[in-house]
Design a binder for this molecule. Structure first.
Ligand SMILES: NC(=O)c1ccc[n+]([C@@H]2O[C@H](COP(=O)([O-])OP(=O)(O)OC[C@H]3O[C@@H](n4cnc5c(N)ncnc54)[C@H](O)[C@@H]3O)[C@@H](O)[C@H]2O)c1
Ligand SMILES: CC(C)[C@H](C(=O)O)[C@@H](O)C(=O)O
Ligand SMILES: [Mg+2]
Length: 365
């Protein structure tokens, strides 16, 4: 198979973790005889510095003529005082909107060998395998904004159609997984949440095989920590999904292991780690590349339907953890932390030496 991928390294640790993920992608290409053609472009702070625009037209044009996008992270203190239109984060929001990437899949899976790194008790964190389905192109992120000296507002707005398509996606995923869907809202206060709940209630008639529950976001924030094993698919709006996914990273031991896919109906997608540009550790070889490497696996699965290849990456990442190799965020006690590159070398060595042609890690679906 031949595929063209636009790579947007971005800022901070973005270029470091993307370099790792690209090396793993190339190793997989070699193994399975695929040609992944890569083209690089700027987004975020890097694009502001070069083009005075967080999402230059040139970047959009390159993404348009590619089969998928791989992104590192954007942002950093250098641009924190820029006006809203010239913030790196604006580039990320614009690319999601430009390509209509409304469905953000954020799997949260507890690797058995990382349970010691989680602050949660082993019996609470083990076997956690949930999928946050976050609406990504609507809600308070994109509603009209207003600012004057003493007043500011952000409009939280959702149309029925916007809710329907993300809820459909979540039901379909629940069907492929363990058949449980938790819809998260704040229907005791917000009109957008009341419409959201109504849509889920209507839609559930079409998916009688899926067990549905509605939960308020504040309560889910608590239960994600006390009983995360309860969840299978969690569907929610843009803002709640952002917050709950960082919270859920606590279960896995580090934000550095959470991947994501942002896709639209034709399976074109942007793949990026859940974490940000981590300015506190940028340039030090301390970044955990697992989240970005696992995001490449999601690209292979969701955009290219290369299921074995995706599962092989997931197997290799898991095996390296099982062998006791960790980056600084996960290394405990006496174990020496590997650098980003050393840890990536281990993943590639795993693919090169212990390759399993048709490994399937079903829980990642
Ligand atoms: N998708 C994105 O591009 C994205 C996502 C979140 C935040 N951001 C931006 O990133 C900047 C920094 O934000 P923040 O500090 O709140 O969040 P962050 O996710 O960048 O970092 C939070 C903490 O987690 C650690 N961390 C994150 N990724 C890691 C990794 N791969 N390995 C090891 N440790 C890791 C960091 O060192 C930091 O202590 C901000 O400008 C923010 O807007 C971008
Ligand atoms: C950087 C920011 C705009 C972004 C978001 O809020 O969506 C990030 O936190 C994420 O989770 O992808
Ligand atoms: Mg976030």
């Amino acid at each position: 198979m031949e595929k063209k991928i636009t790579v947007l390294p971005g800022d901070g640790i973005g270029p470091e973790v993307v370099a790792s993920a690209v090396r793993v992608l190339q190793a997989i290409g070699k193994r399975y005889n695929h040609e992944f053609q890569l083209q690089y472009a700027e987004i975020g702070g890097a694009a502001i510095d070069q083009y005075n625009n967080p999402l230059p037209d040139k970047t959009i044009a390159m993404c348009e003529e590619s089969d998928a996008i791989l992104l590192g992270a954007v942002g950093g203190p250098k641009w924190d005082n820029n006006p809203p239109e010239l913030r790196p984060e604006k580039g990320l929001l614009n690319i999601r909107k430009t390509f209509d990437l409304f469905s953000n899949l954020r799997p949260v899976k507890a690797f058995p060998s990382l349970l010691d790194a989680s602050p949660l008790k082993r019996e609470v964190a083990e076997n956690v395998d949930l999928m946050i389905v976050r609406e990504l192109t609507g809600g308070i992120y994109f509603g009209e904004k207003h600012r004057d000296l003493d007043q500011a507002s952000d409009l939280n707005i959702y149309s029925r159609a916007e809710i329907e398509r993300i809820v459909d996606n979540a039901f379909e995923l629940a069907r492929l997984r363990r058949g449980k869907l938790c819809s998260v809202d704040k229907a005791n206060v917000l009109e957008t949440s009341r419409l959201w709940r109504e849509v889920v209630e209507e839609k559930k008639e079409q998916y009688p095989d899926v067990e549905v529950e509605h939960n308020l976001v504040d309560s889910v924030a608590m239960k994600l920590i006390t009983n995360p094993g309860h969840y299978d698919v969690v569907v929610t709006d843009n803002m709640f999904g952002d917050i709950l996914s960082d919270e859920a990273s606590v279960i896995t031991g580090s934000l550095g292991v959470l991947p994501s896919a942002s896709i639209r109906s034709d399976n074109f997608g942007l793949y990026e780690p859940v974490h940000g540009s981590a300015p506190d550790i940028a340039g030090q070889g301390k970044a955990n590349p697992a989240a970005t490497i696992l995001s490449v696996a999601m690209m292979l699965r969701y955009s290219f339907a290369l299921l074995n290849e995706a599962a092989e990456i997931e197997r290799a990442v898991s095996a390296v953890f099982e062998d006791g190799y960790f980056t600084a965020d996960l290394a405990k006690g006496d174990s020496r932390a590997l650098t980003t590159d050393e840890w990536t070398d281990r993943v590639i060595a795993e693919i090169d030496t212990n390759f399993v042609a048709d490994s399937i890690v079903e829980s990642y679906i």
